[in-house]
Design a protein around this ligand. Structure first.
Ligand code: FES
Length: 109
């Protein structure tokens, strides 16, 4: 997808997101989960498409997060689930400036 013109908002610091973990940030009316996979940050809406769990509380293994409620699994790089293609989590763009972490104001989809 080619979407060059995102508006970003600074939400916190890169160092707020532990390696191998996740942290949720407010972006306007959105709650956004940011995952740290080996130092690369990926952002998804913090809402599992099954029943709305905070996916930031899930278990992160490499690039896969397992929902804390019913164990649906998603690739945090794409928001795609592993069980099938009937559900996905919207992505947000990540912009890093030094230790400042900014997220797009709107999801990418
Ligand atoms: S709410 Fe995520 S699997 Fe059910």
């Amino acid at each position: 997808m080619n979407a060059p013109h995102h508006e970003f908002v600074v939400v916190g610091r890169v160092s707020d997101v532990p390696r191998g973990g996740a942290r949720a940030f407010a972006v306007g009316n959105y709650d956004v989960a940011v995952f740290n996979v080996n130092g690369e940050l990926y952002a998804l809406e913090n809402c599992c498409p099954h029943q709305g769990s905070p996916i930031a509380d899930g278990q992160l293994e490499a690039n896969m997060v397992t929902c804390p409620w019913h164990a649906w699994r998603f690739d945090v790089r794409t928001g795609k689930m592993t069980l099938g293609d009937f559900a996905f989590i919207p992505r947000f763009a990540v912009h890093i400036d030094g230790d400042l972490l900014a997220l797009s104001k709107e999801p990418l989809v």
